[in-house]
Design a protein around this ligand. Structure first.
Ligand code: PLP
Length: 434
């Protein structure tokens, strides 16, 4: 067997539980928004490693920071002694956090453990046991973050019991709005449904935290209506419940702002989790919160030996530089408008394209059955496989929603090429060719 065959076989042999199967793609390298596979074929990446490489693959400034730091010292745990990049990063991140008053953070290695930490600090500070999150949420794969998630039955099947004290309320995704409802009526109904548990079996003064992705990622790239989230926020404050946001997927410039919660001007969270693109995909995460909350637990309540490692934090400092120096927030916003216009055109042309949502370079495009207008995973799957053949990597969420999350550094030429391929794949579907 030649080397490439062996690699392919190894990729296939990953367990069912750990690989979400899409394409038979074994990646060799990546530069900016372009991937190259082991056979030399190139693909435009509209997934950005699940929004973990907002600054693009192997950005030279990030690579240089990693290399430089690795030559000085690779690892010493911040649990015992400070290191320079982690200390600098802590200062920068606490200043960027969209919170009032003094702010502190704790390091992690993944979005999942950051959400676990967030729950620990919320329980520790309030002394209350319960956590409220939303249907459609994905907060991670550890037991705590998984217990707060509700996006796929495979996340809990055969693994129960999940942790105690986790409750879900319905996320107000746009597809739940009824045809006869105005937006305001929809918001009122969803807020009534939100309040129902608190009025019937879940005393508000026993709830530590409400945890939300203000724009759900795996739940369908769907933004909570601003008025709705403000009501939930006010409810939380009225009852002494902490309000926490998960920015692991939607933070770091994805939506055209540093943090997705900044799309909701009236809301200042008490806690937030960040990860993924925080260090351009190097394993680094953090929970950031108001100082009084973060001071409520003592070591070793939340310690991971490699979290806040000098190499990952150096990569993160370089990532923040790139976002600032290359004006990626503005770029995300501007290119997002272009993408919205493109997908709106596709919607006018093809009856299988439904709702188009776009928040910066962060899009969800519903693929529907032209007759009954219901979600259609078969058509969506055919389209993304055709795109893959034509050299563009994109995946679906919830089966039928095209997930559009390219690196924010995607060039105009790459974006145009990607649009041409999407158009071609949709046309092939319309012609019954796939
Ligand atoms: N939170 C959100 C919103 C996510 O999308 C994810 C991952 O997809 C996580 C948390 C978990 O992050 P990680 O996979 O780094 O553990």
């Amino acid at each position: 067997m030649n080397n490439k065959k062996i690699l392919n076989t190894e990729a296939q042999s990953l367990s069912n539980a750990s690989r979400i199967k899409y394409f038979d793609l074994v990646i060799e390298s990546g530069k900016g928004s372009t991937l190259t596979d082991i056979n030399g074929k190139k693909y435009i990446d509209l997934l950005a490693s699940a929004s973990a490489t907002n600054t693009g693959h192997s950005h030279p400034h990030v690579v240089e920071a990693i290399t430089h730091q690795a030559q000085k010292i690779v690892q010493y745990t911040p649990a015992y002694f400070a290191n320079e990049p982690a200390a600098k990063l802590s200062n920068r991140l606490t200043q960027l956090a969209p919170m009032d008053g003094p702010v502190k953070l704790a390091w992690g290695n993944s979005g999942s453990d950051a959400n676990d930490a967030l729950i620990k600090f919320a329980r520790g500070y309030t002394g209350r046991p319960n956590v409220v999150s939303f249907t459609g949420a994905y907060h991670g794969s550890t037991y705590g973050s998984m217990s707060a998630s509700a996006v796929s039955l495979n996340m809990s099947r055969k693994m129960g019991p999940l942790m105690d004290g986790f409750y879900k309320v319905p996320f107000p995704s746009p597809w739940y709005q009824r045809s006869y409802e105005t937006k305001d009526q929809f918001i009122e109904r969803m807020f009534d449904e939100f309040k129902l548990p608190f009025e019937t079996y879940l005393p508000a003064d026993e709830v530590a935290v409400i945890l939300v992705e203000p724009i759900q990622g795996d739940g369908g790239i769907a933004k909570a209506p601003t008025k709705y989230l403000e009501k939930v926020y006010q409810f939380a404050h009225k009852h002494g419940i902490l309000f926490a946001v998960d920015e692991v997927n939607q933070g770091m410039g994805r939506t055209g702002k540093w943090w997705s919660i900044q799309n909701f001007p009236g809301i200042k969270p008490d806690l937030m989790s960040v990860g993924k693109s925080l260090a351009s995909g190097m394993p680094l995460s953090a929970v950031i919160g108001k100082q009084k909350i973060m001071d409520s637990l003592s070591a070793p309540a939340n310690v991971y030996t490699t979290a806040g490692n000098p190499v990952t934090t150096a990569a993160s400092l370089a990532t923040l530089d790139v976002i600032e120096d290359e004006h990626l927030l503005q770029r995300s916003y501007d290119l997002g408008l272009k993408a919205k216009a493109f997908f709106d055109k596709m919607q006018q042309k093809y009856d299988f394209v439904g709702d188009v949502r776009m928040y910066g370079l962060d899009g969800g495009i519903d693929i529907i059955n032209p007759e009954n207008k219901k979600a259609d995973s078969d058509i969506a799957t055919k389209i993304i496989y055709r795109m893959f053949e034509l050299g563009v990597v994109m995946i679906t969420v919830r089966g039928n929603i095209l997930r559009f999350q390219p690196p924010l550094v995607i060039t105009n030429a790459e974006l145009k090429q990607a649009f041409d391929v999407i158009k071609q794949a949709m046309q092939d579907e319309a012609n019954g060719k796939i």
